[in-house]
Every structure is written in structure tokens, then in C-alpha cells.
Design a protein around this ligand. Structure first.
Ligand SMILES: [Ca+2]
Length: 483
């Protein structure tokens, strides 16, 4: 201990000596955008305009091959916050079950941090919340996770304003509205703009230098979740001519199992070219808005002198299709729905501005933040800590990552179990009851990154299919059971 203290004095940071070990722990600023796929500058996206996220990425590591564990909001967020796969935490079928009781297992990440002396605060959507209808409510929040919660609301939370938006496609239910609008309003009128104001207030009021407590501040941004209502100034910042609407081969759907068109909360609709361009435009405008919100919050962190002792995480809860396979939503078992952005910045890390190409999942955030904050988890976790990769992005990662989806076809429920290796995406659809047929999908991403040819019946891939199936089913069998 003495050596440690002397070392701190030598480093000129003696002022922290008055604080206890718990108080010395780094703060965590956690920013998550709803339905944001890996379509930001740090992921190499050429349409996105994300100067603030680019700057953030230059200070940390961008995880370039990160996948969600479920391609819809509720179960994905429960996996991320519990450190468990959907078949382990049991909240995969109905996100409404995510209202977890205070004394129940698993212990969610903010709850664990709170028990270990952190001040925890939520602004907006962290656990499941219906968007847009649930904006301004607490959603299916976890009762004991937070010291402070803010249920921010604004322009895009009003049904009157949803109805002003241009709706395209067949899906009109509130949570799956394929709709866009670009009203000429100030960011502050938006629920997300209000969220930023509240998050800044929380930073100012809870500086650890005053409170003696580290913080976990979680800012859950509603954008770009549809209906994509984005202030005009962000719309004007995007040159959508740079985006190529994916060309869908005429026979694309012939080799895709029917069940894949019945995934939850999604509508696979081909839409007109005009709407396709505008909808894509709205998505990228929303990304510009998100970048602005994240940038301002990070700037406040710097203004408060907290950047040197704060870990920053920026991510999304699942991906989103912009026309691939004619799809304009999430929930599928394809690459676009599973892949998410992930930037992690820890002021202590060695690698800065690097991209880790190893496979990883949102499930890895829990063990990563435990390692970085020095807190021991209270239940077994299924992910791995990405902390070593912050010092060396070449360290070997996972052999595979798993994403589970669900669908309902002719009243028969199925779960899709997707295994992503460096080269392949392999999915087994397992029906929970009813019809005898199970379907599978296999794509060779090296030869077919757009997942156009399902190789499941190709004799040349028979051995690969067998190996991937074995790997997947072994992984499922060894899943942790949480009672
Ligand atoms: Ca979502």
C-alpha cells in the first residue's frame, strides 16, 4: 500500500489520496443509441457524418466485429446488462418480462455498480421501452438499478407528430413504424435533446470531486429508432447520394427460409425508390444527431475535468437493415441486424485510435466494465473481458459469437440460433412446437458478404455445416442456468 501511495505522489496525483479505494474507481459514461447498426465513421461507413464519434474513436478502441445477442431491443439490452445469453437469462421471448424484481438474479450491471459505491443514473432508454409509445415513461426498468432516473420526452414522443411523418411499407404499429420526417425544429424540442440537457445537469451535479462517489451515467438515446423524426439541420448535413440502396437479386428470397420473414416486430417490405432514399436519409440524419448529442456530453465531461478518470462506452442495441433483402427494419438473422457499433475509451489504455477486428458481443461489456472498474461480478458471466484488447488489439478474441432471434409463423414459434465465426454466419431455426421442419441458413461471408446465397444444401459446404452445427449446439448445451 505504501509503495502504491508513493507511486501516486511521484506521478503528481496526490490529490486522489484522500479518497478511498472505492472512490478512486473510474467513472463510466455509457451512451447507447436505439437501433443503431455499425454504420458510423469509425466502422468505415462512407455516408455517416460522425466527427465526434471519430474523435472519440481516436482516443480508444473501436470493436469492428461486435454483435448483439438478440436483434430486438428488450432481450438485447437484458443480455448486455446481465452478461448472459438470451437462452440463459430467459427474457428472450417477451421483453415485457424484463421488469426484474430487485432481489432477483441475474444482477444487472448498474445494480452491481450501485452496490459497490457508484452513483448510478439513467437518462432515457437503457432497459426495454417501447419507442415511440413508451418515451417519457420508465419502460420496463430494473427497480434497484438507479439512484436517479430521467424519463425525457419531447417532439418525437407525440402521436400527433408521429402521424405527421411519412409512413411507408405495410407496418404501421407504433413500435414498427417505417416512417420518416425532418421538421425544422431545434434539437432541444426533441426528447433526445431534452435527454442531453438532463445528462449534462447530472454530470454537473454529481462530480465525484464533490460527491466522493464515482458515477455510472447511462444515456439511452431514442434515435434512430423509427419513426425517424430528425431535426432538419441534421437532414441537411447528409449527402444521401453517397448511399447505394442495396440491389436485391430477383430470386433472393427463394433460398431464405420462410420463417425468416416472420421475425418479431419486423416487416419485410419492398418500398418505392423515393421512400427508400428518404428513409435511408432519415437514418443517417439520426446518426448525425446522435453524434452531436454524444459529442456535447463528452465535451461536458471534459469541461468538468473528468475525462482523465472516466471510461466512455458508445454502442447500439442491435443493427438495422437499410434495404438489404428488401428489408427496412431489424430483427432478422442477417448480418445487418446483428452487427452493432462499439467504441470503448479508457484513459489508461495503450491502444488509441485502433480497430479491433476480433469477434465480440455486447455480452462482453459486463465483464469488461467489471475488470476496468475493479469490481467482482456476483454471478457467473458468459462474455469475455475486452479490457486486454484496449492495450493490444491483436490479442486473440472469440472463435464465434452467438445471436438469438425469434419468429412466429402460422402460430408456431421458432427461435433462430445464429453462430457467427470470422468467415461464416450459420443459423439454425428451431421450432418450439408444431411443424416438423427446422430450417437452417449458411453464408460464406468471405465470398458473399451480402448473404445472397444460402449454402445450406451445397455439398461442398457439408462438412463446414456439420462443424458449425456441432459448435453451435455445444455452446447452447453449456449455457449457464440462472434460477
Ligand atoms: Ca432497439
Amino acid at each position: 500500500m505504501k509503495i502504491h501511495l508513493n507511486l501516486l505522489c511521484l506521478l503528481g496525483i496526490g490529490s486522489v489520496l484522500s479518497l478511498s479505494a472505492a472512490e478512486n474507481r473510474p467513472n463510466v459514461l455509457f451512451i447507447i443509441a436505439d437501433d443503431l447498426g455499425a454504420r458510423i465513421g469509425p466502422n468505415g461507413d462512407q455516408v455517416a457524418v460522425t466527427p465526434n464519434l471519430n474523435k472519440l474513436a481516436s482516443k480508444g478502441v473501436t470493436f469492428g466485429n461486435t454483435f448483439c445477442q438478440f436483434p430486438t431491443c428488450g432481450p438485447s439490452r437484458i443480455s448486455m446488462m446481465s452478461g448472459l445469453y438470451p437462452y440463459e437469462h430467459g427474457y428472450s421471448r417477451d421483453p415485457r418480462r424484463a421488469a426484474i424484481e430487485p432481489d432477483s438474479q441475474p444482477v444487472m450491471l448498474p445494480t452491481l455498480l450501485r452496490k459497490n459505491g457508484y452513483f448510478t443514473a439513467r437518462v432515457g432508454k437503457i432497459f426495454h421501452m417501447r419507442v415511440p409509445s413508451g418515451m417519457g415513461s420508465k419502460g420496463h426498468d430494473v427497480a434497484d438499478a438507479w439512484d436517479v432516473t430521467v424519463n425525457n420526452t419531447g417532439y418525437e414522443a407525440s402521436p400527433e407528430n408521429w402521424n405527421k411523418a411519412t409512413h411507408v411499407g405495410k407496418q404501421q404499429r407504433s413500435s414498427v413504424r417505417v416512417a420518416y420526417d425532418n421538421p425544422d425544429i431545434d434539437d432541444k424540442e426533441m426528447a433526445d435533446g431534452q435527454g442531453l440537457i438532463e445528462a449534462v445537469k447530472l454530470l454537473k451535479a454529481n462530480n465525484p470531486k464533490d460527491t466522493g462517489k464515482p458515477f455510472f451515467l447511462a444515456f439511452g438515446i431514442y434515435s434512430p429508432h423509427p419513426p425517424m423524426i430528425v431535426p432538419k439541420k441534421h437532414w441537411d448535413a447528409i449527402d444521401i447520394s453517397k448511399y447505394s440502396i442495396p440491389v436485391v437479386p430477383k430470386n433472393d428470397r427463394d433460398d431464405i427460409p420462410e420463417v425468416n420473414w416472420h421475425v418479431r416486430g419486423a416487416g419485410f417490405d419492398f418500398i418505392s425508390e423515393k421512400h427508400a432514399v428518404n428513409y435511408s436519409h432519415a437514418y443517417y440524419a439520426a446518426i448525425h444527431f446522435i453524434d452531436d448529442l454524444a459529442g456535447q456530453l463528452i465535451q461536458e465531461l471534459e469541461n468538468q475535468g473528468l475525462a482523465d478518470n472516466t471510461i466512455i462506452v458508445f454502442t447500439g442495441d442491435q443493427g438495422f437493415h437499410l434495404g438489404e433483402h428488401g428489408h427496412w427494419h431489424k430483427s432478422s438473422m442477417f448480418e445487418q441486424a446483428a452487427r452493432v457499433p462499439l467504441i470503448v475509451v479508457d484513459p489508461r489504455q495503450k491502444e488509441k485510435g485502433k480497430v479491433a477486428t476480433n469477434l465480440s458481443g455486447l455480452i462482453d461489456l459486463y465483464p469488461t466494465l467489471c475488470e476496468l472498474t475493479g469490481i467482482t461480478p456476483s454471478h457467473k458471466l458468459s462474455g469475455i473481458s475486452l479490457a486486454p484488447q484496449l492495450n493490444d488489439v491483436t490479442i486473440a478474441g472469440k472463435d464465434y459469437e452467438i445471436t438469438v432471434g425469434s419468429a412466429k409463423e402460422n402460430k408456431v414459434k421458432s427461435n433462430g440460433y445464429g453462430l457467427r465465426t470470422e468467415r461464416f454466419r450459420y443459423t439454425e431455426w428451431k421450432q418450439t412446437a408444431g411443424a416438423a421442419t427446422d430450417y437452417s441458413m449458411l453464408y460464406d461471408l468471405e465470398k458473399d458478404p451480402q448473404e445472397i446465397t444460402n449454402l445450406i444444401n451445397d455439398p461442398e459446404y457439408a462438412k463446414i455445416k456439420k462443424d458449425l452445427s456441432k459448435k453451435l449446439n455445444e455452446a447452447l448445451a453449456k449455457g449457464i442456468e440462472i434460477k
